[in-house]
Every structure is written in structure tokens, then in C-alpha cells.
Design a protein around this ligand. Structure first.
Ligand code: ZN
Length: 834
């Protein structure tokens, strides 16, 4: 018996469980669908580059109409996209979009996979994308996912050429094509075989052609499949499911309307065997594909025929029969899958409600947590509980489960040996274009396996099963009712540094404070606030950084260990990091901070990052001191402004008035402020009067290209275009070298455009009124010169500037030139009256 359990445990742990979703029971029609799915042994894998590239309607149709095992491999987590929700960028945006994609999959029923590729921003060529990603590394990931998923058919979203519109798009299809044959070649990536996969040859690789209006890649004589239509069991058309799924990408603002009725999808062959009528031509996706499987199909048909939606538990006996027949088959991919599906059906048909919950979102590593276990048999079937195991803690809880009787037990579980809950792709330092993961078996997974799992040993009609439930945080809010969030394990010490970026000019000294707290949490909902560090802990210190002198700040009130004085010793240089570390005995740990990201449409996200600060040494002069900032879609520019030495007042609809603006040296609008605040257009006159009377308005990029945007942002008309320069090292030419923007108080040179990240700029101005001066011109390789990255004009006694240059990326990254150029923009109205 023991061997049986542990084999199950291993198998189930290898499966992906959704973390922290409200536990749900299937209704009678969903159970019927799952029964029908038992007879379908076919699978389709869709491959593209980003969250939101995938064709959700096709995925919904494949998964719910054809009942194929359906997966979407998004090579990246969309880290380089825009963020319409807040100020998270890069890795953090990737974390958000991972959860948005999982929310989409819960609606359309497909599974989600990722490679280690990092979305480094817009790319114009396949070659650039493959170079950044490390072609062989990401190819190995695609091969790995194919070998694990064993798709019969692989579908790409994009062509392999320029028509894909984005280098990462074409690269995703190039890699899919290479992986289609590499996956079946035993000589390619043979190191994967020791993890239980083998070579796999899919039948065909198709490109899902599209007609996006401006680009039509479809032809009427190619393979076409009708994927519209209504699914009575879901009560929805596939166009509706697709829209609901796609609308989960809220960070991208991709909400779409539902569609109904006919919808055709077009396919062309990239590799493998031609298909004439269906995607699955020449694929046997019935039980006959398994030796000895044919008889099971008849059993499943009987199961479906005898199914009584009024009492699904009547199906249990037949399910056990199916289960045993599958168990007798030789080991293999479909045997594993189908056995798990039958077990899930048994759980559903018996109306079992099983949960393992905690009343705290966080627990501290190696400490303990109280777990509430609850189990109810909501049928007349004969079911017993034989025990529960959580992190090697066993309960002797044995119980015959009487119908509708609610059994509860609370169990104190030591978390000994369990790691902190860090997203697996963030455990190792990343490379510039890809994540590093040292555990091959995790690659492809959309997210971590749950921090803690409860294994319930159950007998249904005398037959033993192990049912795994993730331990989740369960809480009730008066306004929303019962809610579920992830339960995570945090380090014993959580710290933070303030500020996180220090800008040095000359020999001026800056101060840095590191807060560190020992966590002693038990039963707390919020991130626990801690006691003080134990006596045994050694002193906290900062790692040395070339060019900077770091010493303890003995003048600070409080623990001198936590306050540092930093002086730049040799002026201009590249940004440097310092990290906070603590030594206990002969061990030195980098202190960690916890970042929590919380949005309504996705589960709470927590991750840990080393505590440190970026030191930027540059020759930075500022003039002016007071700035009004209108926050847009979210950016970290105000923090940077404060670090530069300005006083920042946040402006909003209520306080943005002539009287408040009048004393300000500059007003800056956050990224996409005009996109997210319609009221800003209503303040046009107030802002223009401020400029006319000697003020200085600086507008960071917006996407809005309406007539309103053309005439009600600046004093003279200009339009906002899609033009961008994505090469962060593109040469910058000074079109108007005499303009004060380039001289006062900082003399701007080519040096100021060194070390930029991701891109130069986006949403450049175009068709600008001749009153504007276009200060720079720049372009990506092989493209026309773009002049709208920074346009500026005098208006009355003041100045107006529109910038497509991505200060919101470069300032937090500590790029010295971005600080110096922004200081000059702010200074525009300072020197002209002198
Ligand atoms: Zn994309």
C-alpha cells in the first residue's frame, strides 16, 4: 500500500496545479464534458512569443469543442510590454502578465507554458531576438516542452519572416520550426532524456494565418476550419469565450467585445504531413492509439450513456472499472493523463469537498503554520478518509465520511526544510536576454508549485486514492465575501533600503538607510512586522563598490549598523550597485526585500529581491527647485526627481489650478497621463496660461492620437505617432545644437546617450507645427531618421516640451545622461529671463 501512495504522490506533484484559485466543484454538465474528454487522446500545442499573441478563440475551440489537450507556449512572459495598470516594469510586469495569461487559460481551458526567454522590448529583426535570447538555450526549452507535452499538431501564430511585424514574433516561429524536428532527434539535447522525456515527432507544424485588416496572410484555397458556433454545455459561443479570455490582459488594455456565429481559421503547412480536411488528419486520437486501449472506449461510452446528471455518484462504479482498465495498460504518457482525469472525475462525481486552508498569507521559513483541513462527502457513496499528510506531518485522522457531514481538523504543520516562495525563474541571477533556471524539470512551468500541499488519502467504494490540495490562504472580506490568495513562505529576515537610487554630483555625501526586521509571524494576514534582530546576528554592512567610499553613519539616531554615508570618489562613471549583507558566524547572506504586487483581476504576487541601492555618479547641475507632477499610468519619475534635489508636488484634478501652478518651476506629466485622465484635456487653458506666464510644461509620451491630443496638449498642434527607436544604442544627432536644452545647466554630449536600456523612445511626435524645434534625430538600423523624440517650443514667456524619450525607464535604471537632460528641460524657463 505504501508504494502505491508514494508513486501517486510523485506523479501528482509533477502536474501543474493552479495556485490560489477559489476551489470549485464541477457542475453536472461539466462532469459530462470531462467524461467525453476521456475518449479523446489528442493534443495541440500553440506557440508564439508573448502573453496576448495567442488565438484565444482557436484555443477555446480546440479545448472545449474538440476536447484535445491544448497548450499555449508563450516564449516570454511579456516583461517588455507596456503597463497600463501601474509602475511595474520588466521582471515585475512579466509576473503580472504570467498571472493574466493563467487567468485567460482558466477561461478557455488550455494549459500554459513558458520558456526562459526574456521579453527585452520591441525588436525589429529575428536575428536580434535570437541573439538576445541565446538561440540554443531557448530552442532547448521549446524542445523540452514538446517532448513533455507530446503534441500531435503544433501551430504557430506568426510567419518566420518580416510579416510577423516584431522580431520576437518571427523568432518564435523560427524556433518552433527548428524544434519540430529537433524534438524527435535523439542527438539533440540528449541531456533532457534523464528527466523522463524521450524524442517526440509531432505529425505536422501549421501556421495559423490571419487577416488583421492591414496584413492579410490568408487565401481561400487553403485549409479552413470553422471554429465559431455555440457550446450549449458552456452556454457560450467560442467567440464569447475567446473575448472573455483575451480581456484578462488588462495590463495591456486588450479588452475586446464578444463575438457570435461563424468564424473561420486558416492554416498552412510549415512542416510535416499535409492536412486536407482537419488539423488532425492521419492522427488517431482515440484509445486505439494505445495497445490494448480499444476496449476502454466502449467502457467510456457506457459511462456516458448511463450518466445521470441528477446523481453523478451513480457513475462511480463504472469509473472505477475504467480506472482499473487504464491502470493495466503499459506505462506511458496517455495512461498517466487519463488515469488522473478519471481520478478527478471520481472526486467530482462523489461531490467531495476537500480543502486545506490557512488564515495567514505569509509564514516564516522553518517556523510553523496552522492548517485547517475540511472534508465533506456530498453524495450517498461509501467514502472514507484514511489520513492526511502535509510536509511529512501525518495525521492519524481516519473517518468514515457520512453524507453531508462536515469534518474539520486543525493541524500545526512545521515548515522545516521548505524553501522561501520565490518564483522559480527569479531564483538565479538572470542573463540579459533570458532567465536562468537550474532545475530542468521546472522549465516550461507557468509558475511555482504550491508552497505547501496536503495529500488526502481517501477510499471511494473501497478503492484507495490520494487527492492533493494546495494549501491556500482563505479570508473573508465584508465587501467581497470569501476570498482566496496564495500562501507563501518568507525569509526570517526582510529588509529594505531607502533610497534605492542615489545620484551623486561631485563630492557631495549621500545617506542610505537599511531597515531590517526579523519576522516572527504566526496567524498574520499582512506581511508581518517583526521584532528586532537577534543578538547573535552579525553586523549589517554594504558590499564595497568601486569608486565610492562607504562608512557607517555614526551621527544617525538609532542603530548605527543601519545607516551609511556614501561619497563618490572619482566623479563620472557607470552606475554601480551596493548590496546589503549580513554575516552570522561564517555565513554571509544577502538581505532580501519582499515586493508585493496586488491587482483585482489576478492573485496576489510576492517575490523577493536583494536589498541594495544603485549609485549613480555624474556631473549634474540643476536649476529650479519645485516641480508639479501629474501621475499617469504609473512611473517612478517622481522618486528620481526628488533624488535629483527637487521638491515634487503631486497634481490631480482637484488641485491643478492657476494658483497652484504659478510658483512651480516646471510641471511634468507622467507617462500616458492624457491616455488615463480625460480631465487633463479640460485643464488645457489652465496649463497654457501657466506656460504663457513663464511656466514650463513637460509632457512625457502618450499614445492618444485623437484630434483632442493634437490640439489640446501643446500650445501648437502636433500629432502622436507609433514611431519609435528600439535600438537603445542608436546614434543620436543634434539637429539644433544651439538650443539651450543641450547646454544649460548641463552640456549634453554623445556621452549622455551611453548606457541607455531597452530603447531610445516611443510614440514620437509627428506633423508638429513649425513653432516647435525638433532637437534630436535618430533611427534604427535600416530605417528612416525620426525627429519627434523631443520637440520643444516657446509660448509666451514659457516653454512646452513633448518627449518620446523613455525617461521612465532610464531614470530608474540610473542612466546619468537621462538625469542631465531632464534637468536641462526643467531649467528651460530659468535661464531665459536672465
Ligand atoms: Zn506579441
Amino acid at each position: 500500500m505504501k508504494i502505491f501512495f508514494s508513486a501517486w504522490l510523485l506523479f501528482l506533484l509533477a502536474d501543474n496545479h493552479a495556485v490560489a484559485q477559489a476551489p470549485e466543484s464541477l457542475n453536472a454538465s461539466q462532469i459530462l464534458v470531462q467524461m467525453k474528454k476521456l475518449n479523446v487522446l489528442g493534443s495541440v500545442l500553440y506557440i508564439a512569443a508573448h502573453p496576448d499573441d495567442e488565438n484565444t478563440r482557436l484555443l477555446a475551440w480546440l479545448s472545449n469543442e474538440k476536447l484535445y489537450r491544448t497548450g499555449y507556449l508563450s516564449l516570454t512572459r511579456g516583461d517588455g510590454g507596456q503597463n497600463l495598470l501601474g509602475d511595474e516594469q520588466g521582471v515585475e510586469l512579466g509576473l503580472i502578465r504570467t498571472q493574466e495569461l493563467l487567468a485567460a487559460r482558466r477561461i478557455d481551458g488550455a494549459e500554459q507554458f513558458f520558456s526562459r526567454a526574456f521579453d527585452f522590448g520591441f525588436s525589429k529583426t529575428t536575428e536580434e531576438s535570437l541573439r538576445f535570447w541565446d538561440k540554443q538555450k531557448i530552442l532547448s526549452d521549446v524542445v523540452w516542452v514538446i517532448r513533455k507535452f507530446q503534441p500531435d499538431v503544433i501551430i504557430t501564430r506568426f510567419p518566420e519572416d518580416k510579416r510577423a511585424g516584431h522580431g520576437q514574433h518571427s523568432a518564435s516561429s523560427v524556433l518552433a520550426h527548428l524544434a519540430f524536428s529537433a524534438a524527435s532527434d535523439p542527438k539533440q539535447f540528449p541531456e533532457q532524456f534523464k528527466y523522463g522525456v524521450g524524442p517526440w515527432q509531432a505529425k505536422r507544424l501549421l501556421w495559423n494565418n490571419y487577416n488583421f485588416g492591414d496584413v492579410n496572410t490568408t487565401r481561400e484555397d487553403q485549409l479552413k476550419i470553422e471554429v465559431g458556433g455555440f457550446n450549449p454545455i458552456l452556454g457560450k459561443s467560442y467567440g464569447e469565450v475567446a473575448a472573455d479570455s483575451r480581456s484578462q490582459h488588462r495590463s495591456q488594455g486588450f479588452g475586446v467585445a464578444r463575438s457570435y456565429g461563424h468564424a473561420l481559421e486558416y492554416f498552412s503547412l510549415t512542416a510535416g504531413k499535409e492536412a486536407d480536411k482537419t488539423l488532425m488528419d492521419d492522427v488517431d486520437y482515440s484509445w486505439k492509439r494505445l495497445p490494448g486501449g480499444a476496449a476502454i472506449e466502449a467502457l467510456v461510452n457506457g459511462l456516458i450513456k448511463n450518466y445521470d446528471p441528477a446523481d453523478p455518484s451513480k457513475s462511480l462504479q463504472e469509473l472505477i472499472l475504467v480506472y482499473d482498465r487504464i491502470a493495466a495498460l503499459p506505462d506511458g504518457y496517455w495512461k498517466k493523463k487519463k488515469r488522473a482525469e478519471v481520478q478527478d472525475l471520481m472526486e467530482s462525481c462523489s461531490g467531495l469537498w476537500i480543502e486545506a486552508t490557512v488564515h495567514q498569507a505569509y509564514a516564516v521559513k522553518d517556523q510553523q503554520v496552522m492548517v485547517g483541513l475540511q472534508i465533506i462527502n456530498r453524495s450517498a457513496a461509501d467514502i472514507t478518509l484514511d489520513g492526511v499528510t502535509i510536509n511529512q506531518t501525518d495525521t492519524a485522522w481516519k473517518q468514515k465520511l457520512e453524507p453531508e457531514e462536515n469534518y474539520r481538523v486543525s493541524l500545526r504543520v512545521p515548515l522545516t526544510g521548505l524553501p522561501i516562495t520565490q518564483p522559480y525563474w527569479l531564483k538565479e541571477p538572470m542573463s540579459s536576454g533570458s532567465y536562468n533556471v537550474d532545475d530542468q524539470t521546472l522549465i516550461g512551468d507557468p509558475q511555482n508549485r504550491p508552497a505547501l500541499v496536503a495529500a488526502f488519502r481517501i477510499s471511494i467504494l473501497g478503492r484507495p486514492f490520494v487527492i492533493q490540495k494546495p494549501v491556500i490562504y482563505d479570508f473573508t472580506q465584508p465587501a467581497k465575501g470569501e476570498s482566496f490568495e496564495p500562501f507563501i513562505i518568507i525569509p526570517q529576515t526582510i529588509a529594505s533600503a531607502n533610497p534605492q537610487i542615489l545620484v551623486f554630483s561631485g563630492k557631495a555625501e549621500k545617506k542610505l538607510e537599511v531597515n531590517s526586521q526579523l519576522k516572527v509571524a504566526d496567524g498574520q494576514k499582512e506581511m508581518p512586522s517583526g521584532g528586532s534582530l537577534p543578538e547573535s546576528a552579525g553586523p549589517l554592512r554594504l558590499t564595497p563598490s568601486p569608486g565610492f567610499k562607504i562608512s557607517a553613519d555614526l551621527s544617525a539616531a538609532g542603530n548605527p549598523d543601519h545607516y551609511f554615508r556614501i561619497v563618490s570618489e572619482d566623479g563620472n562613471q557607470k552606475p554601480e550597485w551596493v548590496w546589503a549583507v549580513q554575516t552570522s558566524g561564517n555565513r554571509t547572506d544577502t538581505l532580501l526585500q519582499c515586493r508585493t504586487i496586488s491587482y483585482e483581476h489576478i492573485p496576489r504576487i510576492d517575490y523577493f529581491k536583494p536589498v541594495g541601492a544603485k549609485l549613480v555618479s555624474t556631473d549634474l547641475q540643476i536649476s529650479g527647485s519645485t516641480i508639479g507632477y501629474v501621475e499617469g499610468a504609473g512611473d517612478k519619475v517622481p522618486d528620481a526627481l526628488r533624488e535629483m534635489g527637487y521638491t515634487v508636488t503631486i497634481l490631480n484634478e482637484n488641485n491643478l489650478s492657476g494658483a497652484v501652478l504659478q510658483p512651480l518651476d516646471a510641471v511634468i506629466t507622467g507617462v500616458r497621463a492624457y491616455d488615463v485622465h480625460d480631465w487633463l484635456f479640460g485643464k488645457y487653458r489652465v496649463l497654457m496660461d501657466y506656460v504663457k506666464n513663464g511656466g514650463n510644461l513637460i509632457v512625457q509620451y502618450n499614445r492618444n492620437n485623437s484630434e483632442n491630443a493634437r490640439t489640446r496638449i501643446g500650445p501648437y498642434p502636433f500629432s502622436i505617432s507609433n514611431a519609435r527607436v528600439t535600438e537603445e544604442d542608436a546614434a543620436v544627432n543634434f539637429v539644433h545644437p544651439e538650443n539651450p536644452v543641450l547646454h544649460e545647466p548641463n552640456r549634453i554630449t554623445d556621452m549622455d546617450f551611453e548606457g541607455w536600456i531597452q530603447e531610445r523612445g516611443i510614440y514620437f511626435a509627428t506633423h508638429a507645427d513649425p513653432q516647435y524645434q525638433e532637437i534630436f534625430s535618430m533611427h534604427d538600423a535600416g530605417e528612416q531618421d525620426q525627429k519627434g523624440s523631443l520637440i520643444t517650443a516657446k509660448y509666451g514667456k514659457g516653454n512646452f516640451t513633448y518627449i518620446g524619450l523613455v525617461f521612465f525607464r532610464e531614470l530608474p535604471a540610473g542612466v546619468p545622461g537621462a538625469y542631465r537632460l531632464l534637468a536641462n528641460l526643467i531649467a528651460l524657463n530659468q535661464h531665459q529671463h536672465k
